[in-house]
Each structure stands twice: as structure tokens, then as C-alpha cells.
Design a binder for this molecule. Structure first.
Ligand SMILES: Nc1ncnc2c1ncn2[C@@H]1O[C@H](COP(=O)(O)OP(=O)(O)OP(=O)(O)O)[C@@H](O)[C@H]1O
Length: 314
């Protein structure tokens, strides 16, 4: 394991680095990060992941060793698994942990809500400033009682289908999100769900149901309505029976946020959500752009679960 140790103090940074994230030239980017950190005399240690979800055990180990400032170096998928490492460990209260990001992914959607710059140098400046705020974390309980935490946006239906397709298209860079979305438009079949939002029951044939905390997903789309990542509420978007043409003609609205006002879109704020699938059909579930599985689920929210390091001027 490539584990380099500098210090055990809680003020040191521990970097979880994904050498397989979307950045074009990983070695160059990683050398640059280390150079900047050394130049700024930052006390840091790091681990390179060796496989997907390795982030989880690496985070747990670093927390056990006393680190309290965890930096995710990669895209939204890396961040997702880092969050799962934080939320599932038992060494320290999660709200005492500071989480930062040096973006090196394809979509890098989570950073957009907070205007964290998509630049190695500038994102490190944000981390050095060390301004923190609390953020809520979502918890999905799905297939056979599996638990998965998420930090940005999750959903079931069309967006899960798109994420499934996305993995084979990421070699094309950020445009992969659009290509995958268009593929989904042609081939995805809508599903009917029983949706319980707080105590209200809705039965609906839907394109997708999204349950977000933050604003951007799918490579820059805005499908949650005025989300506040620290209000203790899920921002739920139900996209009803959208046709192929509805989607094509409303594509710009997906990116400028106006889609939430479309007559076939309903928005809710709630503390809990349950989705039961129509028995014959199973649709994909995604969280932070990671595929979780297929089937029914319930979602809850953990208010102010962690501290995130973001620019001070929000
Ligand atoms: N060493 C590794 N080898 C293969 N996959 C890895 C490794 N380390 C992490 N992963 C996985 O790679 C996947 C993609 O990483 P990530 O999402 O960070 O990059 P990305 O897809 O380019 O960015 P984004 O999600 O922002 O578009 C994640 O599921 C992550 O867990």
C-alpha cells in the first residue's frame, strides 16, 4: 500500500487519491498537487486507492490514526466513497471531521454548489483558508437492507439508467454525460412507482425521482429546486411522464434549472422518502453518480452530519 506518513496530528491533511479518476494526466496532476502542498508547507499524508470503494477503508484507517481533515482527490465517485468511509467509521463523531476536495474527476458536480474552483491550485487555496460549514448527508436503504450514504444528488429511474451507461462513455470526457443522457432518451422505459413522501402517498408513472441535497448533478444539470444542503430536508424532484420530445425540447432547462418549473415536474421538501417499484420492472438507483443497484428503497437525512471546507464568500 502506498501510504506515506508525515504526522498524526489532527490538523494534518490526509489525502485519499484516486489515480483512476477522469483527470487526463494523473501523474502530472498528482506531482503538481504534492509540489504545491510542500511549497505551502502543508503537513500531509496520503493514500492512493487501488480499486473502487478502497476509499472507504483508507478513510477509516486514517481516522483511526487521528487524522481529522480528509481531502478527496478525484471526482464525485471518489468523494462519494470517502463520505461512506466517514459515515461508517466509529472512531470519532462525524461532525468533528472536516472534508475537502481537490477536483480531479470528469463531472465534478458537488463542488459547483459551493463554487469551489475546478482547479488544483485554487481548490488548494480554499483548503488552506479552512473555512468550514456543516452539510447534511443522505442515507439510502436499498436492496436487501444495504445502506449507502451520499453527499450530492441521488435518484432512481432514468438517471440511474444514464449512470449505468455512463461508465462505458467516460473515456470521452465531460461530454459523456450528454451522450449517455441522449442514449437514455432513446432506450429508457418509464416505470410506475408508489412514492411516499413524509406521509403523503403518490402513485405515478415516472421518468425518474431525484432526491438531492445539493444543486448540480449529471455533469452540470440542475434538477433540484432551491436546495439548501444544510436545511435537514431532501429536495425531491419527480419527473413524470416525460416524452422523448419533452426532454429534447427542454434540454437547456435541465442545465439552467428552469426544468423544475415544467408542468410535468413536481418538487417536494421532506425528511423521508420511500419508493416502491412496480414488481415487474426494476430500475437503477444512483447516488453521486455511482450505481448502487436496482429496486425499491427508502431515504432519510442526517442533518449537519459533517464539516465541509468551502470558499468563505458564499
Ligand atoms: N484505483 C482505482 N481503480 C479503479 N477505480 C477506482 C480506483 N479508485 C477509485 N476508483 C473508482 O473510480 C470511480 C470513478 O472515480 P470518480 O467518480 O472520482 O471520477 P470520475 O468518474 O472521472 O468523476 P465524476 O464522478 O466527477 O464524473 C469511482 O467509483 C471510484 O470509487
Amino acid at each position: 500500500m502506498s501510504l506515506k506518513e508525515n504526522s498524526h496530528t489532527s490538523s494534518s491533511w490526509f489525502l485519499i487519491v484516486n489515480p483512476n479518476s477522469g483527470v487526463r494526466n494523473f501523474s502530472k496532476a498528482w506531482n503538481r498537487i504534492q509540489q504545491i502542498l510542500k511549497h505551502k508547507e502543508i503537513d500531509f499524508s496520503f493514500s492512493l486507492t487501488q480499486h473502487s470503494k478502497h476509499e472507504i477503508s483508507l478513510v477509516q484507517e486514517s481516522l483511526k490514526r487521528g487524522f481529522r481533515k480528509i481531502i478527496s482527490v478525484g471526482g464525485d465517485g471518489t468523494l462519494h466513497h470517502v463520505v461512506n468511509g466517514i459515515m461508517t467509521q466509529r472512531y470519532v463523531k462525524t461532525s468533528e471531521i472536516k472534508l475537502g476536495v481537490i477536483p480531479m474527476g470528469t463531472g465534478n458536480d458537488w463542488i459547483k454548489t459551493y463554487q469551489i474552483p475546478n482547479s488544483i491550485e485554487k481548490s488548494i487555496d480554499v483548503l488552506v483558508e479552512d473555512h468550514t460549514e456543516y452539510q447534511d448527508i443522505g442515507l439510502i436503504n436499498h436492496t436487501n437492507n444495504q445502506k449507502e450514504y451520499y453527499i450530492n444528488v441521488a435518484g432512481i429511474g432514468y438517471d440511474g439508467y444514464v449512470v449505468n451507461k455512463l461508465n462505458s462513455l467516460k473515456k470521452f470526457g465531460p461530454i459523456a454525460y450528454l451522450l449517455s443522457g441522449l442514449y437514455g432518451l432513446l432506450f429508457y422505459k418509464k416505470t410506475s412507482y408508489q412514492i411516499k413522501i413524509n406521509d403523503q402517498l403518490i402513485e405515478e408513472k415516472c421518468l425518474m425521482v431525484l432526491f438531492g441535497l445539493c444543486q448540480y448533478s449529471g455533469g452540470g444539470m440542475q434538477m433540484t429546486q432551491d436546495p439548501d444542503p444544510k436545511d435537514g430536508l431532501l429536495d425531491i424532484t419527480i419527473a413524470k411522464n416525460f416524452s422523448f420530445f419533452d426532454l429534447v425540447f427542454n434540454l437547456p432547462k435541465l442545465y439552467n434549472g428552469q426544468i423544475v418549473n415544467h408542468k410535468k415536474v413536481i418538487n417536494y421538501k421532506a425528511t423521508s422518502l420511500e419508493i416502491q417499484e412496480n414488481k415487474e420492472q426494476h430500475s437503477y438507483i444512483e447516488a453521486d453518480g455511482e450505481l448502487l443497484g436496482k429496486g425499491s428503497l427508502n431515504v432519510s437525512i442526517i442533518p449537519n452530519a459533517i464539516q465541509i471546507i468551502i470558499p468563505a464568500t458564499q
